[in-house]
Design a protein around this ligand. Structure first.
Ligand code: ATP
Ligand code: MG
Length: 158
């Protein structure tokens, strides 16, 4: 994967993705919000288009597997050399036994496969691929019926 590394504002990028996803969120009555929005730009280094692709996938998942009237919240956490971005929904959650496999290509949890929402099961494998190409990490935690949080890191720009 060839990356086009640039310096960009990750907060602005999330806002741009929210705008793109707004109609899908509204269709399912899900609110998109940045929690504790930083007052200033947060500059990071990465392939902006690829990081947008990551955010689009995680946020669409939050919407698709969310509950009606639910939310998808994004928050930013300042680490030593990186920024951690967390995407949290209060949706259907993922059973513990499935968690280690959701980043595999074509892997979909049965319960969601039967849902009317489409998809191929490729989204998260692409997301992981992009984050690893940046030498960063992605993690997930989830509680069935309560919700899911994905977090990934991205290098701070100097
Ligand atoms: P695609 O992203 O290719 O359109 P997809 O959403 O099914 O299809 P992934 O994004 O790779 O594929 O996700 C894999 C599976 O992990 C999903 O099918 C779903 O079962 C589960 N999953 C992913 N995100 C969430 C979430 N936020 N809440 C609950 N389940 C999730
Ligand atoms: Mg997906």
């Amino acid at each position: 994967l060839k990356l086009n590394m640039v310096k960009f504002d990750i907060v602005k990028t999330v806002k741009d993705v929210f705008e793109i996803e707004q109609w899908q969120a509204e269709e399912r009555n899900i609110s998109l919000k940045i929690v504790n929005p930083p007052p200033k730009p947060v500059f990071v280094k990465g392939d902006r288009n690829r990081i947008m692709e990551v955010l689009i996938n995680l946020i669409i998942n939050g919407i698709k597997y969310g509950k009606k009237q639910g939310y998808v919240h994004v928050s930013f956490h300042d680490l030593e050399d990186s920024i951690m971005v967390e995407v949290t929904d209060n949706g259907i959650g993922i059973e513990k036994k499935h968690l280690p496999r959701i980043f595999e290509r074509f892997y979909r949890v049965d319960k969601s496969r039967s849902r009317e929402q489409g998809g191929t099961g490729l989204g998260l494998s692409i997301v992981k691929h992009i984050i690893e190409a940046h030498n960063q990490s992605i993690n997930v935690r989830s509680v069935i019926d309560q919700g899911t949080t994905f977090n990934f890191t991205i290098e701070k720009a100097k």
